[in-house]
Ligand binder design. Structure first.
Ligand SMILES: Cc1cc2nc3c(=O)[nH]c(=O)nc-3n(C[C@H](O)[C@H](O)[C@H](O)COP(=O)(O)OP(=O)(O)OC[C@H]3O[C@@H](n4cnc5c(N)ncnc54)[C@H](O)[C@@H]3O)c2cc1C
Length: 401
């Protein structure tokens, strides 16, 4: 799209300074003329890592999900449409798999950019690492995968472990039949030191001339009246990356996550899905940021304090499942407990244009659930495409996802 197509100064206000808002703000900034001002308005901005002695619980609320993520990229496979009839999928299930198929495009695109960032800017807090997954009750879509498939990205060296390797793994953790690993894989992915990375995104945004405003907005509409635009009569275009859309969308829910940050440093990310529906995972944080031992997924659970019994269970499971990391509870060097709320939305991330009133325009980009980092750049590019179309006065802007 040619920038000369813009015939006047165009300012954009992004609401939200989580990973989605910051990635979107940077993408928009890169594609607008230098004379345009891109601002980020948020009640919360990136804060430093607790491993540096800061207490994240005092500087970030549980609702600022980006400060509490692991974070790694763990793909979620989907059932191809060609298999719907054979697998007898309900309409609801088909919709879910269509959503996962769309998300895969965003995730693969994001992986490409994240890996480039890791290579060009190691100080960004992104690192490429080996990954392993152990599933006790693998869904059909995992069983359909073959070594060499595009799992996380085109160059991820994806490999399904063979029967001998599964037997050896089960022997190592003395698994009984009901909780033995039935499917496992290895591949290459990336991990994120979330505090460093979000700080890095913000720094780039500011260095490129971006503006920030710290404000707790009562509603999205309040952002229209901040008086940010250079030309007072001009209403800025709003991009809504508030995570949960001010709790006005009945399709959004919170999913509570509790994890533990330990100083012990691991070198790969491992995830074990247990037959009882719980998860056990390790996510090393780059730049000596320790390791996240996780974690819970508790739908609609409002508790913002860490539960000590959950912490114990997470650490105990890690010693049992991943003894090459830490064998004994007493060997954990605990930094802090984490409790965050994933901004989940039925139907997935909502990237869509809305024109509420008076010619005002909002481009939404919220509801990333547990996948905000791994979908971030793919989502940011889609949001940016919509913003550019709106600024060029295209009325028929598409509504997707
Ligand atoms: C325990 C845990 C583990 C996770 N692990 C992973 C992982 O491994 N990989 C992964 O990809 N994702 C992971 N996630 C999910 C990820 O953290 C989220 O998907 C992502 O952070 C969402 O980003 P966001 O920018 O949409 O929202 P948020 O990070 O929540 O940011 C919302 C922004 O909007 C602002 N805002 C909201 N309301 C208002 C208001 N009224 N006024 C002004 N500003 C407002 C906030 O201040 C904030 O700046 C995890 C999450 C949790 C909790």
């Amino acid at each position: 799209m040619s920038l000369t197509a813009f015939n006047q100064l165009q300012d954009v206000v992004v609401v939200g300074a989580g990973v989605i808002g910051l990635s979107a703000a940077l993408s928009i900034q890169q594609r607008l003329p230098k004379s345009s001002i891109v601002s980020v308005v948020a009640s919360e901005f990136p804060c430093p890592s607790p491993i540096q002695g800061h207490n994240t619980a005092e500087t970030a609320s549980a609702d600022y999900a980006s400060m509490w993520a692991g974070a790694h990229y763990r793909p979620i496979p989907y059932m191809p449409q060609s298999a719907y009839a054979e697998q007898n999928l309900s309409q609801h299930q088909q919709k879910f798999h269509d959503q996962l198929a769309q998300e895969k495009q965003l995730a693969v695109r994001t992986a490409k950019i994240m890996k480039d960032i890791a290579q060009q800017f190691p100080e960004s807090g992104i690192q490429i690492v080996p990954a392993e997954e152990y599933l006790e009750t693998p869904p059909q879509e995992n069983l359909l995968l073959k070594t060499g498939d595009v799992y996380a990205s085109g160059d991820d060296c994806f490999r399904v472990l063979d029967r001998t390797e599964l037997t050896a793994l089960n022997h190592k953790t003395a698994s009984r039949h009901e909780d033995e690993i039935k499917w496992a894989c290895s591949y290459e992915t990336y991990v994120v030191n979330v505090h460093v990375y979000c700080g890095w995104l913000l720094h780039r945004f500011l260095s490129n001339g971006g503006k920030t405003i710290t404000r707790n907005l009562g509603s999205l509409a309040d952002a229209f009246t901040l008086g940010i635009a250079k030309n007072g009569s001009q209403t800025p275009l709003l991009v809504n990356c508030s995570g949960r859309n001010f709790d006005t969308d009945p399709a959004t829910k919170i999913i509570r996550g509790q994890t533990v940050l330990v100083r012990n440093q691991y070198n790969k990310t491992i995830t074990r899905q247990c037959a009882d529906g719980t998860w056990s995972f390790l996510i090393p944080r780059p730049l000596n940021g320790g390791t996240i031992v996780g974690g819970t997924k508790e739908i609609g659970d409002d508790e913002t304090h860490a539960r000590p019994e959950t912490r114990n269970k997470l650490l105990e499971n890690a010693t049992h499942y991943f003894p090459d990391f830490v064998k004994d509870m007493k060997d954990f060097d605990i930094v802090t407990d984490n409790v965050g709320r994933r901004p989940w939305r039925e139907g997935g991330l909502r990237i869509v244009v809305e024109k509420p009133e008076d010619g005002r325009t909002v481009v939404h980009g919220y509801g990333a659930g547990g996948r905000g980092y791994e979908l971030s750049w793919g989502a940011a590019e889609k949001i940016c495409d919509l913003v550019l179309k709106c600024l060029q006065g295209e009325d028929e802007v598409m509504v997707k996802l």
